[in-house]
Structure formats: structure tokens, C-alpha cells
Design a protein around this ligand. Structure first.
Ligand SMILES: Nc1ncnc2c1ncn2[C@@H]1O[C@H](COP(=O)(O)OP(=O)(O)O)[C@@H](O)[C@H]1O
Ligand SMILES: [Mg+2]
Length: 199
């Protein structure tokens, strides 16, 4: 029976890039949860208004469980909805946090529309992924890393320290983008017409 190291964060924070590097160093596999859901057709529907797939959370959770249970050692999983994974197979959840302006640049580079970009920037500002992870896994398993301005190698070193139990990047109000964002930028990010709780 293996254990999952979950790399979480809103889209664009660098999860997949980091997960691949981490898996390489740990000599294991990296699983992108959205890709896993698509490749195995674990999808309930396509939400056209939000341009996103609604995944079958129960089916994805049981697929992840069987992968982790059939492995020795770590499996690296990257996802923006860590809370769907069963807590008993999870060793640690590392939430990547990225300065909203850097995030904006990366998401626009992906060619995403303003609405979807803003929705994700607001999720980053509100710390939605961290809140959901804390709710599901509790404070002892959840870590928060500010990856702003850091190279992939620098982030990898910090995550490896977490995996080895050598560093404790506690979640909470340590990372607070609201303090760093001018009111007019917040107005711009907040003006997207969505319901504010999705990706
Ligand atoms: N530490 C980093 N510094 C600069 N750019 C990065 C870093 N990590 C990832 N990126 C870039 O940011 C974009 C989003 O990364 P990706 O790993 O796809 O994020 P996610 O899986 O969270 O959506 C990619 O273009 C990637 O090359
Ligand atoms: Mg990704």
C-alpha cells in the first residue's frame, strides 16, 4: 500500500510541472487527476457555460485509491480539487500559491478567456483550494508554498523538504494576496459575472 503526495493549487500555479519533476526525483509516477478523469471517461457532463468538465468524483476517488493501494511508496497526484481524494491514502497535500498578477499572466498565455481567468484569480485570492484541503485533510497534512518568482528547481527543493518532513510550511493567513493587491486590480479581477465558487 502506497501513499499519495498531493500537489494542489488553482490552474496555472505550476502543479503539473512540479509533479512531473517530483515524481522523477522520487522515482515514481505523477498522476494528473483531470487527465485521469478524461482518459478513463470518468466525466458526468461538460459545463458549456463555464467551459469545464464536471468529473465523476466518486469514480475518480476509487480509481485513485486502486492506483495508490497497488503501489509501494509514493504516488504524486496533481489536482485543483484535492478534497475528492480519500484522506486515508494521503500522506501530504502541498498547495501551491501564486501571486495573482503572475497567475493572470500564465492563464492569459494559455489563451483562456477573461471570465475563466478572473474566476481562477479570485479562487487564488480567496485561498479556495487551501480552505478545501484543510477542510478535507486537517491542518497536519496540509502545507502551503508561495511559489511566486521561484524557479521549478527552487519549488522542487522546498517540496522535497516537505516530503522528507524537514520543513513545515503551515497553511493559514501567512499568504495573503489581499494585502498586496490595489483596490482597482481587485475590482478588475472580481468583475466576471460568475458565482465565484468554481474553476
Ligand atoms: N516555477 C515556475 N516558474 C515559471 N513558470 C512556471 C513555473 N512552474 C510552471 N511554470 C509555467 O506555468 C505554466 C503553468 O504550469 P502548469 O504546470 O501547467 O500548471 P498547472 O498544472 O497548475 O495548471 C506553464 O507554462 C509552465 O511552464
Ligand atoms: Mg496541470
Amino acid at each position: 500500500m502506497g501513499k499519495a503526495i498531493v500537489i494542489a493549487g488553482v490552474p496555472g500555479t505550476g502543479k503539473s510541472t512540479l509533479a512531473r519533476e517530483l515524481a522523477r526525483v522520487l522515482n515514481t509516477e505523477a498522476i494528473d487527476l483531470s487527465k485521469l478523469a478524461l482518459e478513463n471517461n470518468l466525466i458526468l457532463e461538460y459545463d458549456a457555460s463555464r467551459k469545464t468538465y464536471v468529473i465523476d468524483e466518486e469514480a475518480v476517488a476509487s480509481k485513485v485509491r486502486s492506483i495508490v493501494e497497488n503501489r509501494e511508496g509514493y504516488v504524486v497526484i496533481d489536482t485543483h480539487y484535492p478534497e475528492i481524494i480519500d484522506p486515508d491514502i494521503v500522506d501530504k497535500v502541498v498547495v501551491l500559491r501564486l501571486n495573482p498578477f503572475e497567475l493572470e499572466k500564465r492563464l492569459l498565455e494559455r489563451g483562456w478567456g477573461r471570465e475563466k481567468v478572473n474566476e481562477n484569480i479570485m479562487a487564488e485570492i480567496l485561498g479556495t483550494v487551501s480552505v478545501n484541503a484543510l477542510d478535507a485533510f486537517g491542518g497536519n497534512k496540509v502545507y502551503e508554498l508561495d511559489v511566486s518568482g521561484k524557479s521549478v528547481g527552487e519549488v522542487l527543493d522546498e517540496v522535497l523538504a516537505v516530503v522528507k518532513g524537514e520543513a513545515r510550511f503551515e497553511p493559514g493567513l501567512r499568504i495573503n494576496w489581499l494585502e498586496q493587491i490595489p483596490a482597482e486590480a481587485l475590482d478588475r479581477f472580481n468583475n466576471y459575472g460568475g458565482d465565484g465558487n468554481g474553476f
